[in-house]
Every structure is written in structure tokens, then in C-alpha cells.
Design a binder for this molecule. Structure first.
Ligand code: SF4
Ligand code: SF4
Length: 359
């Protein structure tokens, strides 16, 4: 059965949800597997339970848009020289202490505004997004800036339209994803650019208490087995994940599970947020890591002296990309579905504490 694609802002049913007792629902989009009661939102704050059904608040909500070479994602061995339209929404399954992207990646204020029915964020249909990409001469669309697993409903609605229009798709992710979600993604997305942040359990646990190194690595290897083009990146942080042993362990894993020719992107950490006290990564660290990676047998290692992440910086306003009236693009977003009566969904009624994960 084909899905009905909304033509105005509304809540969209979460794809992988499991009804539990008394109207609670478990979300299986990412390994948080949040258990969410009526009125509550999951850890990411982008999914809300209304009377026993879980909904994505951020379907179609775009925080940033940018056109750039695919090499900036960074991806090197897929369609080099092509240009990709990058888009992101709000929400992440992790809370990295050095994240540069908090307003977008965590997006707490933006998601709160959506939950209260007060958001003025841009809303873009999949058809509009594909049209923007084509109009600007892009050859692909990248889902980045926020974690796409949190926004999977939209990603899965855009991807087939993009493919039908001759565009490839890129998914820039932390790979904290369930096997069920990956099984939905892999057939419709062409490229995965995934972080491997560390080989230490403690490193991942500090970002997310339910994350495990083995689970992240398994998701990356599975994506490649399922036919996605996979490239990995590591942001080297002084004193946190930059020892010779750890660099060698990541390189060895890539070599053994993705192949000697699988590109590995090494980016520089720049002080931010709770890691503002740390220095920027010395360039010698990048060079040391490169030498270790080659010694472990990798053949494609790329260094980025000026880049920490695929962050949204100084992008054009969304209305300009859409060639639309800014007042229309940024009108207040209230759910247009009629199921909650004449007011539409007055989401403030459903505002509950975020992050009740049931763990
Ligand atoms: S964090 Fe969000 S996407 Fe992940 S399981 Fe919880 S509600 Fe679902
Ligand atoms: S660095 Fe990436 S994975 Fe970590 S919180 Fe920011 S957006 Fe999420």
C-alpha cells in the first residue's frame, strides 16, 4: 500500500513502534528503544505518544540546507566531483560533549516549539526537496546535520522520490540504529557516512548509556553487507580517542570488516561545549594517525585540518532555497490532521517530560 504524503505540517506515525500495555509504546528506531507513555516524548524528543500511538513531530521540518561537493560530507569514493544538497532536521540520539551543532543536532528548543504547536521552522515536502535539488543542479541529497535515524519517516519518504528523479542519497550517521531501522534504510539509501567515534565502551557510554561499541560497528558492517556504499570518519579528540593503540584498533577494524580500500576520514577536534577546555587536535596527531592507518593496511586515509564535523554553518535561508515567501515558509506549525477536533492537534496538551525511556 503506498503511503499518503502529507501536503501540510502534521504529525506522522513513527515507523517502528510497538504497542505495549496501557497505551505505552516502544520505539524501535534506535537502540534507546524508548518506552513512551501518553503525552511523553522519547529521548530524542522528536517522537511523541498521543493516546497510544507514537508520532514523529519533525517530519518535513528542515533546520538547514546547503549545496556542496560530496567530498565535504566527507565521501571520497562515491560519485567524486558531484554535488549534493544537504538537509537536516532537529534531534539526536547521542549527547556528545564536544558537539558543535547543539541547536540543530539536539534541537531541544526547536522540538519543544513543535511539541507546543508554536514552531516557525521551515516545512518542506519530499517533492519540494527533490525539486530544489534538481533546480540547483545537485546529483544527490544528503541527510545530515541532525541524526537521520530520528527523522527516519521523512528520510524514507524522500529517498524513493530522489531515486526516481535520478538523485543518489547519503545518510550521515552515528550508526546508533536498530537492525530493524537499518533494514528499512539500506534498500533505499545509497551511501552511509558513519562515525566510528572510539573503540572504548566508556567513550560511547558517556554519550549514551545504551550505546555499545560492538553494536555501532555491527551496524556499519551490516550496512555494507546490505549493499550501501560505506565510508567512516573519526574525530580525533586530544586525550580521549587519539592513542596509537586506539587509532590502530579502528584502522584494523575498518581493514578487516570494510576492506583495505574503504576510505577513512580523520577530522580535527575544535573546542566546544563541555570539551571547551581541551585544545584543538594538533596537526601532528592527524599525521600520526594517517601513518598508523597505512601501517594497518588501509589505502585511503583522508585528513581534514579545517573540519570537525558536517556542521551547518552560514547556510542560505530555507525560503531562498525554496524560492518562496519567508512569511509563508515560517508560519506557525500546528498539526493539520483533524483527529483531535476543531483546534487541530493542540500539542501543548500533550507536553510531557522528555526522555522517559523506560530503561
Ligand atoms: S531516542 Fe527517539 S528515535 Fe530513538 S528509540 Fe527513543 S524515541 Fe525512538
Ligand atoms: S556530535 Fe553528532 S552524534 Fe554527537 S550529539 Fe552531535 S550530532 Fe549527535
Amino acid at each position: 500500500m503506498s503511503r499518503i504524503i502529507p501536503q501540510s505540517y502534521r504529525l506522522v506515525e513513527t515507523r517502528l513502534q510497538e504497542p505495549l500495555e496501557n497505551g505505552t509504546v516502544r520505539c524501535h528506531l534506535c537502540p534507546w528503544r524508548c518506552r513512551v507513555g501518553h503525552g511523553q516524548r522519547g529521548f530524542c524528543q522528536a517522537h511523541v505518544n498521543r493516546h497510544g500511538t507514537l508520532y514523529n513531530l519533525s517530519w518535513g521540518i528542515i533546520s538547514s540546507m546547503e549545496l556542496a561537493p560530496i567530498e565535504e560530507k566527507p565521501i571520497r569514493a562515491y560519485r567524486p566531483g558531484s554535488r549534493v544538497l544537504s538537509v537536516g532536521s532537529y534531534g539526536c540520539s547521542f549527547r556528545c560533549n564536544g558537539c558543535h551543532n547543539l541547536e540543530i543536532s539536539w534541537g531541544a528548543a526547536a522540538l519543544d516549539a513543535l511539541a507546543r504547536g508554536e514552531s516557525t521552522s521551515a516545512w518542506v515536502t519530499p517533492e519540494q526537496l527533490v525539486a530544489v535539488a534538481l533546480r540547483h543542479g545537485a546529483q544527490g541529497i544528503a541527510f545530515t546535520y541532525s541524526e537521520p535515524a530520528i527523522w527516519l519517516e521523512y528520510v524514507l519518504d524522500v529517498a524513493p522520490l530522489a531515486r526516481a528523479a535520478g538523485l543518489y542519497t547519503v545518510y550521515v550517521s552515528n550508526s546508533f540504529v536498530t537492525p530493524e531501522a537499518l533494514a528499512l534504510v539500506a534498500p533505499v539509501i545509497d551511501v552511509l557516512c558513519s562515525d566510528i567515534k572510539s573503540m572504548q565502551e566508556a567513550f560511547y557510554r558517556a554519550l549514551c548509556p545504551t550505546a555499545e561499541v560492538a553494536g555501532i560497528l555491527e551496524a556499519i558492517a551490516t550496512a555494507q553487507r546490505l549493499g550501501m556504499h560505506v565510508e567512516t570518519r573519526t574525530n580525533l579528540i586530544p586525550g580521549q580517542n587519539d592513542s596509537d593503540a586506539e587509532i590502530a584498533a579502528i584502522a584494523r577494524w575498518i581493514h578487516d570488516h570494510l576492506g583495505a580500500e574503504s576510505p577513512w576520514h580523520l577530522t580535527r577536534f575544535f573546542p566546544a561545549y563541555r570539551l571547551a577546555h581541551l585544545p584543538a587536535t594538533p596537526l601532528e596527531t592527524l599525521q600520526r594517525a594517517e601513518a598508523i592507518a597505512y601501517a594497518e593496511g588501509l589505502t585511503q586515509v583522508y585528513l581534514y585540518a579545517d573540519k570537525g564535523c558536517d556542521c551547518a554553518t552560514e547556510n542560505l535561508p530555507i525560503a531562498q532555497w525554496l524560492e518562496a515567501d519567508p512569511a509563508t515558509v515560517h508560519q506557525v506549525k500546528r498539526c493539520s490532521a483533524s483527529c483531535c477536533g476543531s483546534e487541530g492537534v493542540v500539542l501543548r496538551r500533550y507536553e510531557g517530560p522528555a526522555g522517559d525511556t523506560g530503561h
